[in-house]
Design a binder for this molecule. Structure first.
Ligand code: NAD
Length: 285
């Protein structure tokens, strides 16, 4: 099957980045979200991101307009019927994704592939919510999607070779470098990255150093381009907490215990850049 039309579920941080990455490379994209306001925010983010590329002369103004014209928005899953590949990038919540997968299974044509950008949920489990587990796969992009090279391709227990090959080809076609990963909590990158961020929050909570000092220490002492707390603000504290909980429950190992300060900040609504405040302040979201 030729993949020409992509469905993206969720117009948030990742969804709009994924929509942009496909649209720039000539794919038709339908991006859905639960509300028009979320779609408008997603489209504004894509516009701003493309404009930055135009300013850097990495994209022509004409290519920007063409990419924007390739993206349609919709509020119903039913509007994704024409997509040969759907990438689900809705909120990281198991119940929500199970429901979405059952709905997508009803909507997407029988030969179509349903991929998920989940950071932490078992691909095999999501696949089992459909009648096409062979055509379900993890397609885990990194933030910001238009700039990050990697996509982890996660095979569920029943993902077929054909599905893997099709998604690998499409990943390369949009300029990404795919890495094949077994279905396991946190896959590769988050299995290592999220515990490191969590440790930074433990350190902050214990008063080991200030947020600025912790981040500077890792930037200057470990050559990290961004400190772990600033990175957590970028990823979203709620997403980080969800991943830690999945690692903790998935491996039943106390070394993955979420830092109490992380839990409390999420309770307070300090989710990072997207709410204007996390470990650092960003003004308006
Ligand atoms: P986000 O909160 O920025 O966006 C999620 C969007 O999904 C919101 O706009 C929300 O309205 C929408 N949504 C909720 N229910 C929906 C539904 N039923 N149908 C359509 N849209 C719905 O979250 P995000 O950071 O973009 O994360 C999305 C997914 O990507 C999650 O599974 C997350 O684990 C994963 N992910 C996130 C990152 C990251 O750095 N933020 C990186 C890799 C993967």
């Amino acid at each position: 099957m030729t993949i020409k039309h992509i469905g993206v579920v969720g117009a948030g941080t990742m969804g709009n980045g994924i929509a942009q990455a496909f649209a720039v490379k000539g794919y038709g994209v339908t991006m859905t979200d639960v509300a028009e306001a979320a779609l408008a925010r997603g489209m504004a983010a894509i516009d701003a991101s493309l404009e930055r590329l135009v300013k850097k002369q990495a994209l022509s103004a004409g290519d920007k307009s063409a990419a924007l014209a390739r993206i349609r928005t919709a509020t119903r899953v039913a509007d994704l019927a024409a997509a040969e590949l759907v990438v689900e990038a809705a909120t990281e919540n198991l119940e929500l994704k199970l429901k979405l997968f059952a709905e997508l299974d009803q909507t997407v044509a029988p030969g179509g592939i349903i991929a998920t950008n989940t950071s932490s949920i078992s691909i095999t489990r999501l696949a089992a919510a459909t009648k096409r587990p062979d055509r379900v796969i993890g397609m885990h992009f990194f933030n910001p999607v238009p700039l990050m090279q990697l996509v982890e391709l996660i095979r569920g227990l029943r993902t077929s070779d054909e599905t893997y090959a099709a998604v690998e080809a499409v990943s390369k076609a949009i300029g990404k470098t795919p890495v094949r990963v077994k279905n396991s909590p946190g896959f590769v990158v988050n299995r290592m990255l999220c515990p490191m961020i969590n440790e930074a929050v433990h350190a902050l909570g214990e008063g080991l150093a200030t947020a600025e000092e912790i981040d500077n220490a890792m930037k200057l002492g470990a050559s990290h381009p961004i400190g772990p707390l600033a990175l957590c603000d970028l990823i979203g504290l709620d997403v980080e907490l969800a991943v830690m909980n999945v690692l903790y429950e998935g491996f039943k190992d106390p070394k993955y215990r979420p830092a109490p300060l992380l839990v409390e900040m999420v309770e307070a609504g300090y989710l990072g850049r997207k709410t204007g405040r996390g470990f650092f302040s960003y003004g308006k979201p």
